[in-house]
Design a protein around this ligand. Structure first.
Ligand SMILES: N[C@@H](CCC(=O)N[C@@H](CS)C(=O)NCC(=O)O)C(=O)O
Length: 272
């Protein structure tokens, strides 16, 4: 179930989970796990699109649930309207309460800690650095070489860390080859917009295979289309490069500027 197209002004559901979100990497973390729980257990949810371009996330009714004024947030109507903000906390809360068979989380305390470590790493490293890479590579009003190479380079260094972790594993955490979990969902949501930040995923072969594996999951396809189809994730980005010559030309210009910035400051990412 989705919301009406009117500007949201408050909660709309009375039971179950209500997700307040927008089509960004942090938003996708919450909608992917909710789609996975729906597919695995039949747990339904309601969402409202919070258009961050219109600053709905700064309105008092919203900051009551998400004090940082950012998406995503969830409200659990079945648990006294308990509200959760921050991706890691949302992923942990939902699996703690609604993943009894540990299909996306871990019963083993050491694996649970490992998953938490990779989610914390995403929050402290990958998300903030790639967010800044997006800003300086593409969104800022002017192209400034130093921060562009600094943040695109640091994002590439972090991708190198993930690539190394996935050398002999299909998923980041878990016994043997690993088990798909909330640790993968947190990091996938950012790797799924690598090209938007000027990072070429083919440089990281283990990571690219992991991205393909996760992107092929039906629940991931559904989750990344909440609240609406995304144009910035890697698959539609690649299609636009093929189909829209003007888009391709502009993207090549951005890449060229970033490559020159890297050369100017001799930045090389270093992966262990
Ligand atoms: N660490 C938070 C980050 C949340 C965040 O940065 N959300 C962005 C969208 S990806 C946002 O709401 N931006 C709008 C704003 O800053 O006003 C998480 O993982 O949930």
């Amino acid at each position: 179930m989705s919301s009406s197209s009117d500007r949201p002004t408050g909660l709309i559901a009375k039971s179950g989970i209500e997700l307040l979100t927008w089509g960004t990497p942090n938003g996708h973390k919450a909608s992917i796990i909710l789609e996975e729980l729906k597919a695995a257990y039949g747990k339904d949810y309601v969402f409202q699109g919070i258009n961050i371009g219109e600053n709905i996330q700064k309105e008092p009714w919203f900051t009551k649930y998400s004090p940082n004024g950012r998406i995503p947030a969830i409200v659990d109507h079945d648990r006294n309207d308990f509200a959760v903000f921050e991706g890691l906390a949302i992923l942990s809360y939902l699996t703690r309460h609604y993943d009894p068979d540990h299909k996306f989380s871990f019963a083993d305390p050491d694996d649970a800690s490992r998953a938490e470590q990779w989610m914390a790493w995403q929050h402290g490293g990958l998300g903030p650095m790639q967010g800044q890479a997006n800003h300086f590579y593409r969104l800022a009003k002017e192209r400034i070489p130093y921060p562009t190479q600094r943040y695109v380079g640091e994002t590439e260094r972090l991708y190198g860390i993930l690539d190394n972790q996935l050398k002999n594993k299909d998923y980041l955490v878990g016994p043997g080859k690993g088990q798909y979990s909330i640790a993968d969902i947190a990091n996938f949501s950012w790797v799924n917009v690598s090209y938007f930040a000027g990072v070429d995923l083919t440089q990281f072969p283990n990571l690219e295979k992991w991205w393909e594996r996760i992107n092929a999951r039906p629940a991931v396809q559904k989750g990344t289309s909440v609240p609406s189809e995304s144009k910035i994730t890697n698959a539609p980005y690649q299609s636009r490069l093929k189909e829209e010559p003007e888009f391709k030309e502009n993207e090549e210009k951005l890449k060229d500027l970033a490559d020159k910035a890297k050369m100017q400051y001799d930045y090389k990412y270093v992966s262990p």
